[in-house]
Design a protein around this ligand. Structure first.
Ligand code: DGL
Length: 271
């Protein structure tokens, strides 16, 4: 088995690109296959059973393409589907919630930690459980921000409307004496400047997706499956979306600072 097989990344839409951005930077020899289920985004308001079914469809699609590791680059899917998928797959599977929680516990001085995410992630209490698993006495303040994902998917993350929505939504986190807030949705790093501006420079924001890439790297080494420059001097990346490639490409090229991404439309009906 060669090590130049790709690593698969899945998300409900463009959010997982925030993890891919970090992966391209930290793992330059690795080939990446990305699938965003843009047509059915957002996953946040959907029942857990539906999110699990959609996550399996995305997983099967990438397994057919011979990935060597799967990154569930979506907190909402990680919260409900990670354990089941990890148990059934023969390749390593990693989610974004534990790495983000670990980083937050490490970063926080007063152990008063905020978590923002989709309705599904917040309702699952996955972050609270993960944080208390590491720091039993930490105070965790959770807040669902259901309006954030639609802003990102419609490419309005630089707009004044976005600024207003971020300010209104995050108001309940003010005056809670938090020193650290987890961006518990992979779409949120695209709103990071607005979130930071609203919460104040004294708050440390934890990008759960970016933290995950450190663990991907560790796992690649642990299982001896990391690609080296001898394996493949030109790693290949491919991007698939169930929605419109046009808007996906605009956001992907903007966020990854490239002009080469040309995604392929795919239908998950057969998976
Ligand atoms: N990016 C996703 C997450 O990290 C999902 C957003 C959504 O589809 O609601 O939770």
């Amino acid at each position: 088995m060669t090590n130049n097989r790709p690593i698969g990344f899945i998300d409900s839409g463009v959010g997982g690109l925030t993890v891919v951005k970090e992966a391209i930077k930290q793992l330059p020899n690795e080939s990446i296959l990305y699938l965003g289920d843009t047509a059915r985004c957002p996953y946040g308001p959907r029942p857990a059973e539906q999110v699990i079914a959609y996550t399996w469809q995305m997983t099967r699609f990438l397994l057919e393409k011979n990935i060597k590791m799967l990154v569930i680059a979506c907190n909402t899917a990680t919260a409900v589907a990670l354990e089941e998928i990890k148990e059934k797959l023969a390749i390593p599977v990693i989610g974004v919630i534990l790495p983000g929680s670990r980083a937050a516990v490490k970063a926080s001085k007063n152990q008063r930690i905020g978590v923002i995410g989709t309705n599904g992630t917040i309702k699952s209490d996955s972050y609270k459980r993960a944080l208390h698993g590491k720091a039993p006495h930490a105070s965790v303040v959770s807040l669902a921000c259901p309006k954030f994902v639609p802003i990102v998917e419609s490419k309005q993350y630089h707009s004044s409307v976005a600024k207003k929505i971020v300010a209104e939504t995050l108001r309940p986190l003010k005056n809670k004496r938090l020193d650290t807030v987890i961006l518990g949705c992979t779409h949120y790093p695209l709103l990071r400047p607005l979130i930071q501006n609203e919460l104040g420079a004294h708050i440390q924001l934890i990008d759960s997706g970016a933290e995950t890439v450190g663990e991907v790297s560790t796992l690649l080494d642990y299982f001896s499956i990391a690609a080296t420059s001898q394996d493949d001097p030109h790693p290949q990346h491919a991007f698939f979306t169930t929605g419109s490639p046009k808007i996906f490409d605009e956001i992907a090229n903007d966020w990854l600072d490239l002009d080469t991404i040309s995604s392929i439309h795919t239908d998950l009906g057969g998976f």
